[in-house]
Design a protein. Structure first.
Lengths: 324, 439, 309
């Protein structure tokens, strides 16, 4: 049970109180300064580069900034919560919010479930098959996201696509000239497939590594007790894997809520309204329509929304941190 | 517009005389002594892939004139405005900027470009500039940018398929649909056969049908407010015709735009195509190395089997108006070398440059040059099409309508049948009206 | 059943002897020898594994396949699974294209520097958060989490203005700094998990044995968080390697990275697919090399700390 122990470990004394013998006054002062010195570079870098842009973005969201203001440096009008009110009152915004969440959930669930299945499969197959699987996943990883997106777009293209060609080979099925982008459900299926395809290597390889830390004694004991494979997974493997599954799930959630490149590139940098998620929406508002202020408001609402979705996780992070 | 160019022509010798203009000397504040200075120029990729020699020649002339050197940075159409917006809000801006003519008004209106009214006379052919290019450069009687080159669209058709079906190139729109009908029937067994290939999001094409029926995209009222007018009966009649054509005679993906239509046409399964003049060449052969304009050409399946005519309108001799796309060049408001920048634009858009551009397949920036282009064999269609052209509403925020895909979205909805023509037109009008009146 | 020593992970074997109690466990990496296995079951599993590998690799194959096609075979109604007239012209084109090699070099510089600096700074920050209690610690954790959620593209213009006023636009330094900020929160967060995973008893034991704080860090914490550094560097690498919008906005084309170069192959005259795919294939090579180098550590690196979450 070593693998899970640290996370369930009882809180030990917090750092500064570690009973270290012979701490002189000078060393003690050093000790107190230590965390600040360690954190300083992180804080400086984040503050130097992000403080101004983030504050600027927050200001933007309360102003009405036009392109003219931007170019000439004229000071824009302050309009309070006007941008937020307008965005929140727009039904389309809520459609996009809902769509963003649904897509993220589907992506996360599929990536994690398939990733876990692949990890389990890797334990089951012969060595050479496992090597092939690993190589395939590393190839996926090494392919520039920009290009893999274009290739996916191409594979489902109505004129050049391999997918339509292959489906058309099935007797009685006519996929000639079929467009995958007319029906948004089909279109999103392609995008989700692309996202999941790109996410599987990370998840499968992590979980596979996690699986190799499951103590064999436990599995053997369970088998001796007459547990079948499913029962072993439920009773032994998964509980040990759970913290890792939690991590990849939250990470995927953060990433999948913010899918941008895949949608933007696969729709030829002109995504239709049906293919907007929050990241695309904010970008289109701010940059293609030069509505910088509503764009900033949408971005800030996105962060708030994600924080809300992640509230549980944030609490857990504090808890873990405090425990140590 | 963004896009390309049209195959054009050499110039009549007389034009050279007409164009040999003298620039009036620039005002004292804009020093033309550029020794040790470097001018930064942002051009679009078309110059890099299409006519790098023209750029080099202009740079050499400029260097000789002023002593300043030039660095040219090539931009991509897909995301150049994002980069431009960020850059123009900072301190280190490029001195000369190329924009599509439909993008220009936004930057003219919002103070992105410097006022170059007093230099207008110094630019070659400035009296005869194509209105579609120069109109968005003007605001309150002042000039903020200079036309660079233009393009127009024509009907590209398969001579062999027309001959086999006993057809002649259409001269009226009714001819065209009748021909399409026959061709479609003759090739019914080919599931990829399009008598007229027309992708659904090809709004430059669809709007030609609108303007050809007497409609327009939007209109400015006497109160100064813009109003989307696609739901007007004339405009809707044009849209309906276009939708019928796309639905009946095209197997094209209704969600695609025109980006890969040349490759589709080159497969040999389409009989007609509405494309830029230069696409007549592009469907027949491609450079072996697309990045090297000097590499050998590779022929496609339709090599030598295509020709172009202006897209016919209601009656013979009456063409459907073509969208007049093109590019303009402006001096950045924040440029520290405004005088030099204007001089470079003068060198780059001079008649000799235009002449070289025509040879590389662009339409000129002025009407007087257009006449000559039309006289060159093989390019009559494009130059002819440019004479009857339409242009997007000259509103400061027009580019936002384009970038927000309002028209593409409406057209796709019409062709896929998600909305009726009327409903989609009305929905588009609402968005166009609010976008054009936004500040 | 294989001998236990053969199942030991190479990482554990190759690690210097000092205290690594967690590694004394079974870290069997081969197939589970137990849990009801049948011959048919293994066959089905192998088959499924092969199908998976093929499906995953197919898009990559298609890109490479296209890279070898001459221009008139790239787009065809009937897909061609093998180039009829294979050619290296696309690779030549990519290599000869303006800025390809320069941007490749930029990619390597920018990515490696951003990841390396991010690791150093992030490690210190993670150490502070994981091992100390101090005023502002929770705030720092929260900030680091939120920064990960900000859609970075919405900061584009303010970011540009900030760098512009610092004189860091159109320079690799500016991009390195931005990318470092991009990977820093993730790095801190990931490494924090690994450092927490190092039992504090080890620190204490070392200090009791007379190690200085620095020695404790150097001898105990650093080696034990090695896999975490590997994991964090992989993600940093992938994230910065794939970025193209920020660098395109900040810099001119001779200071782009390879992704921005690839993106610029998409012109409105049509995408130059052949050279694009050839360029992408070439661009993947450094990543493959990177993975080959650290490949043995990948799996351990990804898990060891994460399990502690």
């Amino acid at each position: 049970m070593y693998a899970v122990e640290p996370s369930t470990r009882q809180p030990v004394d917090p750092g500064p109180q570690i009973p270290v013998p012979a701490l002189g006054g000078r060393r003690r002062r050093q000790r107190l300064a230590a965390p600040y010195l360690l954190a300083l570079p992180t804080v400086i870098v984040l503050a130097a580069l992000l403080a101004y842009p983030v504050i600027k973005m927050i200001m933007l969201s309360f102003q009405h900034v036009t392109q003219r203001d931007l170019f000439t440096g004229e000071s824009p009008a302050w309009i309070g919560f006007g941008n937020y009110a307008a965005v929140l009152a727009d039904g389309f915004f809520w459609t996009v919010v809902l769509r963003t969440i649904v897509v993220a959930v589907v992506c996360v669930v599929l990536s994690v479930v398939v990733g876990l299945a692949v990890a389990l499969l890797m334990r089951r197959v012969a060595g050479w098959v496992r090597i092939l699987m690993t190589v395939a996943m590393m190839l996926v990883w090494s392919m520039p996201q920009l290009v893999s997106t274009q290739v996916f777009g191409w594979l489902v293209d109505s004129d050049w696509g391999v997918l339509n060609w292959a489906l058309d080979k099935i007797p009685g099925v006519d996929y000639t000239n079929h467009s995958w982008w007319i029906n948004p459900v089909q279109g999103w299926s392609v995008i989700i497939a692309l996202v999941v395809w790109g996410a599987i290597p990370f998840i499968a390889i992590s979980l596979y590594a996690g699986l190799s830390q499951v103590p064999r004694e436990l599995i053997e004991a369970a088998v001796v007790d007459g547990a079948g494979p499913a029962a072993v997974f439920r009773g032994v493997t998964f509980p040990i894997l759970r913290p890792l599954v939690g991590i990849v799930t939250t990470l995927s959630a953060i990433w999948d809520m913010g899918i941008f490149t895949q949608i933007y590139v696969i729709r030829g940098s002109k995504p239709e309204l049906d293919y907007y998620n929050l990241a695309i929406y904010a970008y289109q508002e701010a940059f293609t329509k030069s509505h910088y202020s509503p764009g900033a408001a949408i971005s800030i609402l996105t962060v708030i929304l994600m924080l809300g979705v992640m509230a549980f996780y944030v609490r857990q992070m504090f808890r873990i941190g405090d425990a140590d | 517009m963004k896009r390309r160019i049209a195959v054009a022509a050499a110039l009549a010798a007389t034009l050279l005389g007409a164009a040999a203009c003298g620039g009036k000397s620039s005002s004292s504040s804009d020093s033309l002594d550029g020794k040790g200075k470097t001018l930064k120029v942002w051009l679009m990729v078309d110059a890099q892939t299409g006519w790098p020699a023209v750029v080099d020649a202009a740079n050499a002339k400029f260097k000789a004139d002023t002593g300043a050197s030039v660095t040219v940075e090539y931009q991509q159409w897909t995301n150049h405005l994002t980069k431009l917006d960020a850059t123009l809000s900072g301190k280190s801006v490029p001195d000369v900027i190329e924009l599509g003519n439909t993008e220009a008004a936004k930057y003219v209106f919002n103070g992105g470009f410097a006022d170059i009214t007093d230099k207008k006379g110094s630019f070659d052919n400035s009296a005869d500039w194509l209105t579609g290019l120069s109109a968005p450069c003007e605001s309150d009687g002042k000039l903020y940018c200079v036309p660079y080159y233009a393009g127009a669209r024509v009907l590209i058709y398969r001579t062999d398929l027309f001959q086999a079906a006993g057809l002649k190139p259409p001269t009226t729109y009714d001819d065209l649909t009748a021909d399409a009908q026959k061709l479609q029937a003759a090739h019914g067994s080919d599931p990829k056969f399009s008598a007229f290939y027309m992708p659904g999001a090809y709004w430059y094409a669809a709007m030609s049908w609108v303007y050809g029926s007497g409609g327009q995209i939007a209109q400015k009222g006497s109160d100064g407010k813009w109003k989307g007018t696609l739901e007007d009966p004339t405009a809707e009649a044009g849209l309906q015709k276009w939708v019928d054509l796309a639905k009946t005679y095209s197997k094209g993906d209704p969600t695609k735009n025109e980006n890969d239509q040349d490759a589709v046409f080159a497969q040999g399964d389409s009989a007609m195509l509405y494309g830029n003049g230069w696409e007549l060449g592009a469907v027949q052969s491609q450079h072996q190395d697309p990045n090297d304009p000097n590499s050998p050409m590779v022929d496609t399946a339709v090599k030598g089997k295509v020709a172009a005519v202006p897209l016919p309108g209601a009656a013979a001799g009456q063409n459907l108006p073509s969208f007049l796309g093109g590019s303009i060049l402006g001096v950045a408001q924040k440029s520290k070398n405004a005088g030099l920048a204007a001089q470079w634009i003068k060198d780059f858009t001079g008649t000799s440059s235009q002449q070289a551009l025509l040879a590389k397949g662009a339409l000129p920036n002025a009407t007087n040059l257009l006449d000559a282009a039309a006289q060159v064999s093989g390019n009559e269609a494009t130059a002819g099409a440019a004479k009857n052209s339409w242009f997007t509403p000259n509103a400061p925020t027009w580019a936002d309508v384009e970038k927000a895909n309002i028209l593409q979205q409406a057209l796709v909805n019409m062709v896929t049948g998600k909305q009726s023509v009327d409903a989609a037109a009305k929905a588009a009008d609402t968005q166009i009206t609010s976008t054009l009146n936004a500040s | 059943m294989a001998a236990p020593t053969q199942r030991m992970r190479p990482v554990a074997a190759g690690r210097p002897a000092p205290a690594n109690p967690r590694r004394h466990r079974h870290l069997g990496s081969g197939t589970d020898p137990h849990v009801g296995r049948s011959r048919a079951g293994t066959l089905v599993a192998n088959l499924a594994g092969l199908v998976f590998a093929v499906v995953m690799a197919f898009p990559v194959y298609w890109a490479v396949n296209t890279a070898f096609k001459p221009v008139n075979e790239v787009e065809t109604f009937t897909p061609q699974f093998v180039p009829r007239h294979p050619t290296l012209a696309n690779f030549a084109s990519a290599l000869n294209a303006p800025n390809f090699l320069i941007d490749l070099r930029n990619s390597l510089i920018v990515t490696l520097c951003a990841v390396a600096f991010g690791l150093v700074i992030g490690f210190l920050g993670a150490l502070a958060i994981a091992r100390f209690r101090f005023y502002g610690r929770r705030a720092l954790i929260l900030v680091i989490l939120i920064v990960q959620m900000i859609p970075f593209l919405s900061l584009l213009i303010p970011l540009y203005l900030t760098l512009n006023s610092l004189g860091l636009t159109d320079s690799l330094t500016g991009v390195i700094v931005v990318y470092m900020v991009l990977v820093l929160p993730y790095t801190v967060w990931m490494l924090r998990g690994f450092i927490i995973g190092v039992p504090r008893e080890l620190d204490e034991a070392a200090m009791v044995d007379g190690c200085t704080r620095w020695q404790t860090f150097y001898r105990i914490i650093l080696p034990l968080t090695g896999p975490g550094l590997v994991a964090a560097s992989i993600y940093g690498f992938i994230q910065t390697w794939n970025e193209f919008i920020i660098i395109n906005t900040l810099n001119d084309s001779d200071k782009w990275n390879l992704m921005a170069w690839l993106a610029s192959n998409q012109t409105l005259r049509g995408t130059t697919w052949g050279p694009l795919m050839a360029g992408a294939t070439l661009a993947s090579l450094p990543v493959v090399v990177f993975f080959l180098i650290i490949q043995r550590n990948v799996a351990t690196g990804l898990t060891a700390g994460a399990v502690k979450g």
